[in-house]
Design a protein around this ligand. Sequence first.
Ligand code: SF4
Ligand code: SF4
Length: 210
Amino acid sequence: MEKLKNYRSFFLIGCSECASLCGTGGDPELASMKEAIEAEGKTVTGTLLPKTGCQTLGTKIELKKDKEACAAADAIIVMSCGAGTQSAVEIFPDKPVFPSNDSLFLGNMTRFQIFDERCSLCGECILDQTGGICPVTGCPKGLLNGPCGGTDNGKCEVSPDIECAWVRIYERMKKTDQLEDFKKTLEPKDWSASRKPATLNTRQKKEEKK
Ligand code: SF4
Ligand code: SF4
């Protein structure tokens, strides 16, 4: 609300995908946000729950029907992840855009509405050398050769709620008969392979294949 104090009217954008599943940017949350903003004496000119907020072009097309409501808003509030928020920045180059959410991570949905962080998108995958379990993400220290001295009965020293990634890697490599590889020392990671901030043009790759 502190950030919004200089603006009077807002258009709200959620997301039908992760933000809806997480209960942070679906229809009920858009309605709550609208209520909270109106309680401050401000106006909500409209709301949209796009199919996929991070899909900039798709969201832009879906917003066409809300052209007037968007034009009437002083600012946009996005109730999805940082990617969805930045879609709105591209769609509304002349309007302030504010995120309502703190995006935590890219997660695998392991059960309905339960997200587990498995990959940090490092650009140089080493899963072939770690039994398919990622220590860059699964170990809080990101150790490439573990476990560290703090592992305790299969738990991580950082928190007993975390299974030590390197114990998991060992157990899996043992089970899959890969322990010879487990003994090999992994080289320091080549962080120049990290492509952040990246643009991925899969269209170009398809054209190169032709
Ligand atoms: S090694 Fe890198 S790309 Fe592979 S799973 Fe881990 S973070 Fe993701
Ligand atoms: S106990 Fe295991 S998961 Fe935790 S920091 Fe050490 S190696 Fe990483």
